[in-house]
Each structure stands twice: as C-alpha cells, then as structure tokens.
Design a protein around this ligand. Structure first.
Ligand code: NAD
Length: 317
C-alpha cells in the first residue's frame, strides 16, 4: 500500500479491528474506522482520536455507504457465540448485507477488499488439520448457523463479485485469535479462563479433551496486512491461525499458572454444535507471503492476562 492511501476498516472498534487501526495509523495511512459499536467500544480506539490520519464513523454495514477509499478491511461482525446469537437475524444481515454493501463500495471505488472470514466455515471438520480445500461440515439450521452460514454466504458473494465484476478480493479464514482488547464477557475460552482465574472463580471447562489453536492478535494482524499488500495475489481463501494444537484442559492449567490463581476447574455441559477439534493448515499463507505465527502461547497469554488485570482493576475502582 502507498502511505497516501485511504483505508476503511469495518468493525474497527472491535478486538481485531482496533489492532488493525493501530497498525495502519502508525504506518501513516489515512484510516477510516467504521463501527456500529454493537460489540466494539470507543475505548479500544480512544488513543487514536485526534490523530490527523484517523477518523471514526458510527455506521451499520447493513446500510449502504458512499465513501472514497482505496482499501477495505471488512471485519464488522460479532464474533463470539454469546454476541452473534443475541440477534441472529442481524448477524446474518451483517455478514450478507454488509458484504454486499462493502463489495459495491469496492466496485465503485475500484478498491481492493479483504473479508474476515472464519474457521467456522469448516463447521465440525471432517478432515484434520483443516485446509482451504475442505468444503466444511456445517449444520445450516442450528444456533451457530447465523454466523457460520452468514460467513459462508459472504465468501460466496466475494467470489461472485470477483467473477462478475473483476473486483480485487482477498478472503482470510481466521482461526481462534486472542489478545488484549478481547471483550471481557464474550464467553470465549481465553477471555473466560483469564477473567475467571483473575477473579478467583472456578474455570468452566466443557470438554477438556477438545482442542483449539490459539493465535496471538499481533501475528494475525501481520498476516492480514501482508496478504493485503501482496499485488496480483490469488483471492484465497487463506487460513490464518496458529497450527499448534492445545487441549482445553492444558489451556486451563497454563492460565491458572500464569495468573498465579488458586481457582479450581469445574466441568459444564458442552454447547450445541461445538466442534471437537480445530487446527489450521497454514501452508498456503506460508507459501504466498511467508507467514507463520511467532508468539509463544505462554507469552501471548501473559500479555493478555496483564491487560485483563488492568481492566478488572479499572472496573473495581
Ligand atoms: P469483535 O466483536 O470484537 O469485533 C467486531 C466489530 O464489528 C465490533 O466492533 C462490532 O461493534 C462491529 N460490528 C458488528 N456488527 C456490525 C454492523 N452491523 N455494522 C458495523 N459494525 C458492526 O470481534 P473480533 O474478534 O474482533 O472479530 C472481528 C472479525 O474477525 C469478525 O468478522 C469475526 O467474524 C472475524 N473472526 C474473528 C475471530 C477471533 O478469534 N477473534 C475468528 C474468526 C473470525
């Protein structure tokens, strides 16, 4: 990207979006952060207000938008089950209408556009690890379908707009990402465990043998930006995530140790349609732009715990 380029980040006040804003503002790009503040917060981007190359726009991506931009990062969508199941119809509208509105904008401005898709498009995967040729095993009528199928339809729209209108698209499938600015009550396993451990509450484990792979947000953002910067790149999809697999039991034990917590572990029922295993095959990202995560789980969790400790202190005060 040239530094003079105007970049739109939808969902820019959210967890991942705000880190993208930080990175692009610091690099000198002209950044427009668009967000409805459904799950995001101005506190994630407060430090950017007043910078000459940063603007905040409160807007819902389900509504059309007229702007002049060169690049679009489409990250607007609630990402945790608690949030996306709160108003499932709006979740589908955000993925589908949001994709259409942003693709129309990209078409009009001749902008390059990147879609934040998800490993959830693989559903409960039949192959392990998951590579991009896996078509997925998704329940289309379950409680997670508003997110999974919404994101699948958004991918379809991206590829159809490319076939029909020659739009320059990038689709990344993001696997579990964690780090500072995760929502404190989003119900995802890392934020749950860290907050429970810091508060001295029992860590709630559904199935300790389930595995996940956890990617630190700085690594993820580096991958997203490297892919966006690649000229003449294939449209994807490209997996971005950490291929190191960790069981939920292991994660709970690491968090307890890093937080120096005396909390116990308790076992609770498994949520419906929760996949048993998740691990990305990242060979495509590595071959295309030399990407692989470099943050060790303990280092990333330590950073995240330090951030949550400060937030909990602020809340207590
Ligand atoms: P987040 O909830 O922190 O961020 C989403 C942002 O989008 C929030 O700021 C929210 O207010 C905004 N938003 C939601 N609906 C909107 C709408 N209709 N119009 C405008 N803004 C809207 O979640 P996140 O973890 O930062 O996820 C960002 C993106 O990355 C999402 O698209 C998500 O699906 C994708 N993703 C995240 C993960 C992960 O592990 N965090 C994994 C896979 C995919």
């Amino acid at each position: 990207m040239r530094k003079s380029e105007r970049v739109l980040i939808t969902g820019g006040a959210g967890f991942i979006g705000s880190h993208l804003c930080d990175n692009l503002v610091a690099s000198g790009y002209d950044v427009i952060c668009l967000d409805s503040l459904f799950t995001g917060s101005k506190s994630n981007i407060f430090h950017l207000f007043g910078k000459p190359n940063f603007e905040f726009l409160r807007h819902d991506v389900t509504e059309p938008l007229r702007l002049e931009v060169d690049r679009i990062f489409n990250f607007a969508c609630p990402a945790s089950p608690i949030h996306y199941q709160h108003d499932p119809v709006h979740t589908v509208r955000t993925s589908v209408l949001g994709a259409i509105n942003m693709l129309k904008l990209a078409h009009r401005c001749n902008a390059r556009i990147l879609q934040a898709s998800t490993s959830e498009v693989y559903g409960d995967p039949l192959n392990h690890p998951q590579n991009e040729d896996d078509w997925g095993n998704v329940n289309p009528v379950g409680p997670r379908a508003c997110y999974d199928e919404g994101k699948r339809c958004a991918e379809t729209l991206f590829f159809d707009y490319r076939r029909q209108y020659s739009i320059d698209i990038r689709v990344v499938r993001i696997f579990n990402t964690y780090g500072p600015r995760m929502h404190i009550s989003d119900g995802r396993v890392v934020s749950n465990f860290v907050v429970q451990a810091l508060k001295g509450l029992p860590l709630t484990v559904a199935d300790g043998n389930q595995t996940r792979s956890f990617c630190f947000v700085d690594d993820l953002v580096r991958g997203v930006l490297d892919y966006m910067d690649l000229d003449d790149a294939p449209p994807g999809p490209v997996n971005l995530g950490n291929p190191e697999e960790t069981s939920i039991q292991q994660l709970a034990e690491i968090v307890l140790r890093l937080c120096d917590s005396k909390s116990n572990i308790t076992y609770v029922p498994k949520p419906e349609d929760d996949p048993k295993r998740r691990r990305p095959d990242i060979s495509r990202a590595t071959a295309l732009f030399g990407w692989e995560p470099s943050t060790e789980l303990e280092e990333g969790l330590g950073n995240t715990a330090a951030w949550f400790r400060k937030v909990l202190q602020r809340v207590a005060e």
